[in-house]
Write a protein that binds this ligand. Structure first.
Ligand code: PS7
Ligand code: MN
Ligand code: MN
Ligand code: MN
Ligand code: MN
Ligand code: MN
Length: 357
């Protein structure tokens, strides 16, 4: 793989990498080992979307101000010297110094710049469409269809942008661009895992991303999920969310087969294997209703080693965690049979990719 060559970087670009390391634990590492052709474009793509998400997440910006900010962000990212002050979000400092990102964006190859701008336009408008629904805890997403469209805007579109960057730079099979559903699954799988896991953190922030169509089958009121007396129902609700996320697993493995560069493979594989391990960790785990739950450092290290080899070793990680989910599945869960069948399907799919000798 590659290592960032800081000797050729301007002070301004170094500053961008400082924000990257400040705003992301997991992505910063894999981005900085990317093929030099895509290192800076992907880092800047990340920072632009992190800036946009900081606005989306900021509950202190009133809706009538937030909506146009989201819709216009693709133009804002072109204004020399633009900064935003006054946010109290965790990544506010990035917006306070956003001019350094803008300066670097203008030095990108035009084909990369256009991809970033196009996806920022689409994501900002998608976030704005949902801003009213997610602004108050009483609102929230209704149907599974709403939930998936939201995940499309905030993660499926990241996938589209990354796939276009990989294909344009010839670091991925051009056929990937003709299979948008594979790309979409990559984003959906990550975003759904994030939403399922963050249930408690989001509740504390008075936000909710679980669709009512699912949670209302298990409890009458959203707050009931956090009641000790309703633990069983809450675990069954989380199970149903995990079942829904697992439907993307096969397409994710298929997508990763299209990578033609080891650094791009690692970059796309690590988040996916961390996601399947996270799904296993949170499956039937009541702790997620009380605090933030994360995979251990040791497990993360092991997964990282296995995800930086090849598709076979990545499939082994998926197989291992899917088997554990299968084993933890509880016969009293109303989705017991569906979960069991889903796990068997994924195990079977891996078996057909790599038959045992
Ligand atoms: C450009 C690398 C690889 C085909 C900032 C990577 C928030 C889960 O909301 O920070 O704080 O809980 O924990 C990343 C597909 C997106 C989807 C999305 C941009 C994979 C702004 C990541 C990341 C597509 C919207 C981070 C989706 O979670 O969120 C680049 C292929 C940003 C990917 C958000 C979430 C990402 C996310 P939160 P987190
Ligand atoms: Mn957000
Ligand atoms: Mn966020
Ligand atoms: Mn500062
Ligand atoms: Mn989250
Ligand atoms: Mn997060």
């Amino acid at each position: 793989v590659h290592r960032r060559d800081t000797s050729k970087e301007s002070a301004n670009l170094k500053e961008c990498f400082r924000y990257l390391n400040m705003t992301s634990r997991s992505f910063a590492m894999v981005i900085q080992e990317l093929n030099p052709e895509l290192l800076v474009p992907v880092a800047l793509f990340y920072l632009v979307l992190r800036g946009l998400d900081t606005i989306e997440d900021d509950m202190a910006i009133p809706l009538d101000k937030k909506t146009p900010m989201l819709r216009n962000f693709h133009e804002t990212m072109e204004i020399d010297g633009w900064q935003f002050h006054g946010s109290k979000e965790k990544d506010a400092e990035l917006l306070e110094h956003f001019d350094v990102v803008i300066t670097e964006l203008k030095q990108l190859k035009p084909q990369y710049y256009e991809i970033i701008k196009d996806l920022t336009l689409k994501m900002g408008n998608g976030m704005a469409d949902y801003a009213a629904d997610t602004d108050k805890i009483e609102n929230g997403l209704q149907t599974v269809e709403d939930y998936e469209l939201y995940c499309h805007y905030v993660a499926g579109l990241v996938g589209e942008g990354l796939t276009r960057l990989f294909v344009t730079s010839e670091l991925a099979n051009p056929k990937l661009a003709e299979r948008p559903s594979l790309t979409e699954s990559m984003g959906q799988f990550l975003q759904k895992t994030n939403i399922i896991r963050d249930i408690h953190e989001d509740w504390v922030d008075a936000r909710r991303w679980y669709p009512k169509e699912i949670w209302s089958k298990h409890v009458d009121k959203w707050e009931d999920l956090f009641e000790l007396s309703k633990r069983e129902q809450a675990l069954n609700c989380i199970s149903e969310m995990v079942l829904d996320a697992l439907k993307h697993a096969e397409e994710c493995l298929f997508y990763m087969a299209g990578m033609r560069d080891q650094s791009c493979f690692n970059f796309v594989a690590i988040p996916q294997t961390m996601a399947i391990a996270t799904l296993e960790l949170i499956f039937r785990n009541p702790a997620i209703l009380e605090r933030n739950v994360k995979i251990t450092k040791g497990d993360a290290c092991q997964i990282m080693l296995e995800s930086t080899q090849n598709l076979f070793t990545v499939c082994e990680v998926f197989r291992r965690y899917v088997r554990r989910i299968h084993k933890k599945n509880d016969p009293r869960d109303p989705n017991f049979l569906a979960i069991s069948a889903r796990c068997a399907k994924i195990e079977q799919f891996i078996e057909t990719l790599y038959p045992k000798q």
